[in-house]
Design a protein around this ligand. Sequence first.
Ligand SMILES: [Zn+2]
Ligand SMILES: [Zn+2]
Length: 502
Amino acid sequence: MLILFVLLSASYFQVEAFESSDEKSVEKFLSNFYDYNEKSDKLSDAVKNIQKMAGLPTDGKITKELLAHVEKSRCGGKDSKKKSKRYNAAQSKWDKGQTYRFYIHDERHPTTMSLGEIQRALIIALNYWSTAADIYFGKVSSKQGSMFSLSFADAEHKMYDVHNNFAESRDPYPLDNVPGNVLAHAFFPKSGNLHFDSAEEWTEGKDDGINLRVVAAHEMGHAIGLYHSNDPKALMAPWYGGYISESDFRLPDDDSQGAISLYGNTKNGKRFVRSDRAKREQSSNQKELCNTTNINSAFQFADGHVYVVTGNNKVFRILLKNHSLIVDPAFKTIQLSNQIFDSDALLYDYSGRRFVVFKGNKIFSANGLELENMALSELNITRFGAFQGRVNAAFVRDKAGKSNTLKFWALQDGELIAGRVKGNQVKFSRRTTKLSEILKMPTGTKTLSNIDGAFVLGKKDNKRLILFVGNSVYVGNPNGRKLVKYSIPAQYPKTFKQIIHC
Ligand SMILES: [Zn+2]
Ligand SMILES: [Zn+2]
């Protein structure tokens, strides 16, 4: 009888020891990581989910151990309620057999580590996955063309649409931006966003602070398609397991199995992050374009990227990097079957999201967001002016403004005709303008007359006028405010091969 009394009072005290504030913090934790709804879900059942994930006895009670897990530093991603004690692979994954290009943003980086140390830690983290499964990574030096973007972020922060020219939007999941608690989060495929809390004391090589390498390896697990594992020893367990030195770290079996289930076994047992492979892929596209003698057209498309179409209707994507053009390794070249680019001239109407295509004395609009699937419709020329229907090139004259009117120059026999398109109507000016009025050549060089193609690249102050004349390329910088004029620096012309670094 006496023994029974002691047991009862012990359990009585244990329940009493945890106040309603503990219950509140457990509920908050549950709603953050388990989609808990305090109105419809039973707290003790929900607590069991945390206990399963943490490898604790599943009695549904709020214990010291449970509260320790509620307080512990962890990943900001949600925990799934899946019961099996192993890895948990998402439905989505990246396409196999390519190098996953990653870019490391150097903004907001922690002061506790140098940029070199940060890069090294992140690269080693990705390496853990390459060692386990058939996944290869390559570091690239511009976010354009990357698939994964790793950044340090404040509470409210941006995310990037890696599939849409890195368009920025507000990440709907803020970070807590305090030391501890949520350390980082990442998105499942195919997003490519990995965000590390800028408020953490990120470190490497010591117990103090939070180890960037280990956390990055966990987040990369999400980015390649793994959910949280309820194997407490797994890297993909939601809680931060503490510092493990580089020499002691092995990717746990549970995580390797998860990665292999998505991407297959690593080919020769050990792979490393290699930027050479990314470079090789880049250079094979580059080589093909370098061997092309005939450039049909070049333009900046709706996605913000620059494309070059060769004479045999093959499309390459180009990156503008430090004023030079390189072939985008991220873009698989396309062979077009449509005839849009087989034209006298074309220009891209940014605000209208369409091409204006010049063919003989007709002008068409080509609409669509995919280059392969564009619908052509003829525009109505309501005033021909000086337009005689055989232009050599056309390019945007002025910023489109709010009027939805696209103003352009059409080049005809070495003279410019001002034109404008609004809706399906095109009008041309009656008078012509000499090219020399808007284009200043280097001293001692003649004004160009036989331009094959022209396009305006970039926006505002970064605008460039790119002119193709036979195999030569001229890049003009803007000057003048009212009417956009350009001047060609003395180093031009260059050959197309020079421009794209063949
Ligand atoms: Zn996580
Ligand atoms: Zn985020």
